[in-house]
Write a protein that binds this ligand. Structure first.
Ligand code: HOZ
Length: 440
């Protein structure tokens, strides 16, 4: 049915009409679960366009965006230099299924920027990168088990849908039907930030753990930083046990520093997965690491992984320009300062209006949890008052600020969020908290 015919039935909003229409042909009306607003109630806004720090929905309402397409848009939306480069390349063709110069250029950039990466393979999504990384780790070690952390999310590969964060946590699905128990049984889960639990797992499964995969700063239970010394402890334990340490830097890569969380914390994993920023808003991701491990990947070695659109020239171009622009001075200082203003501002306003909240932030990633105890792992994150978060989310949306529609996601700052945009965000938050207080 044409959208126009549905406008009246759905209260006159074009977004609501599109959502009705979408639910008939797309499961849940969305192509990725968190977008459906189940974590906050209500129905999603459908976006027509984006520019700088702003999104505009199909009803013409403009929002200050703190999702940034879930991380990639660190330069802001529709950055003119990224668009110019895309326009420049696209006339040469959109996919060749054959090697290009661009793939070599971006691979060399990644190897130069990310401390642990000596060789890198391009794929098209973060999920592909993590699935491939654990396969390579298993092939390299000849072991079966994967250790992940409760509340961490590494995409939707079978091995990872065990006590996962992000949409899985938002929807309250502890595990996923469709993943055979035999596969889940190969995934060990322990709480994040708990060194003893990791040591115990190695006692329980000596010589059987192929890899530890970790978000070095978790984004998928909301933003949860590692305790001091925690990443080093993971490095020491994995080294001692001949286990591959994989940093899933799909979110943190090129965001927390040019070389990601591994540069920020000075820890060198064996393998790293990347995505989001490195595609400049187009579908590109990668996995890489020590040359001896990466040489296991076909055709250099026997571990198979392939992809029709891997190294896509348009995506590589957007990624190359984005990574080049991130080499300018003061980028990470600016992101840190602006994110600090918003995160601290939210926390101060929550306190002023009597809300109990905890703000976690690392650089340009942050989350305000509606709880009064420190959030250090999934157990503490899950004690948040998600109903209160949902009310705050909608009050902010109403005020023209678009936060992630779940307590268990991080907010992302971009370079397009100027002082003026940050001030408008805080003014909106003040009005939102005031309204919530008056309603209570
Ligand atoms: N799992 C993603 C956030 N952690 C959501 C991706 C999306 O909905 O686009």
């Amino acid at each position: 049915m044409p959208v126009e015919n549905e406008l009246e039935e759905s209260g006159g909003s074009r977004s609501a009409a599109l959502f009705e229409q979408a639910q008939r042909v797309i499961p849940g009306g969305v192509n990725s679960p968190v977008r459906a607003f189940r974590g906050v109630g209500g129905t999603p806004v459908f976006i027509r366009s984006a520019q700088g720090p702003y999104l505009t929905d199909v009803d013409g309402k403009r929002y200050i965006d703190y999702i940034g397409s879930w991380g990639p848009m660190i330069l802001g939306h529709a950055h003119p230099e990224v668009l110019r480069a895309i326009h420049g390349i696209i006339d040469r063709g959109t996919s060749f299924g054959a090697p290009t110069e661009l793939e070599v250029e971006i691979a060399e950039m990644i190897v130069a920027l990310v401390p642990s990466i000596e060789m890198v393979r391009m794929v098209s999504s973060g999920t592909e990168a993590t699935m491939a990384a654990i396969r390579v780790a298993r092939g390299f070690t000849g072991r079966k088990k994967v250790l992940k952390f409760v509340g961490c999310y590494h995409g939707h590969g079978d091995a990872f849908l065990v006590k996962a964060g992000s949409g899985v946590a938002t929807l309250g699905l502890p595990d996923s039907p469709g993943v055979p128990a035999e596969i889940s049984a190969q995934t060990i889960t322990v709480p994040f930030n708990d060194v003893e639990a990791v040591e115990q797992a190695f006692k329980n499964y000596p010589d059987d753990i192929a890899c530890i995969i970790v978000e070095p700063v978790v984004g998928n239970m909301g933003c949860v930083p590692p305790n001091p010394g925690y990443l080093q402890a993971l490095r020491d334990i994995t080294e001692k046990n001949g286990t591959v340490l994989i940093f899933d830097e799909v979110m943190t890569g090129f965001r927390l520093a040019r070389g990601g969380a591994q540069e920020l914390f000075g820890i060198t994993p064996d393998m790293t997965t990347l995505g989001k920023i490195m595609g400049g808003g187009l579908p590109a991701a990668a996995y890489g690491g020590r040359a001896d491990i990466m040489k296991c990947v076909a055709p250099a070695g026997p571990v198979y992984q392939a992809g029709t659109l891997s190294g896509n020239p348009v995506a590589m171009t957007a990624g190359i320009v984005t990574l080049k622009l991130l080499q300018q001075p003061n980028i990470y200082e600016t992101l840190d300062r602006q994110a600090g203003k918003v995160a601290d501002g939210f926390q101060a306003l929550a306190g002023k209006f009597g809300f109990k909240t905890v703000s976690n932030r690392v650089g340009s990633m942050f989350t305000m949890f509606f709880t009064d105890e420190p959030v250090t792992d999934w157990d503490s994150a899950s004690k948040s008052d998600t109903k209160a978060f949902g009310r705050f989310f909608h009050a902010m949306l109403n005020e023209g600020v678009y936060l992630a529609p779940s307590q268990y996601e991080a907010a992302f700052m971009s370079l397009a969020h100027t002082d003026e945009v940050v001030d408008s965000t805080l003014a909106a938050a003040e009005r939102a908290f005031e309204k919530l207080t008056n309603q209570a």
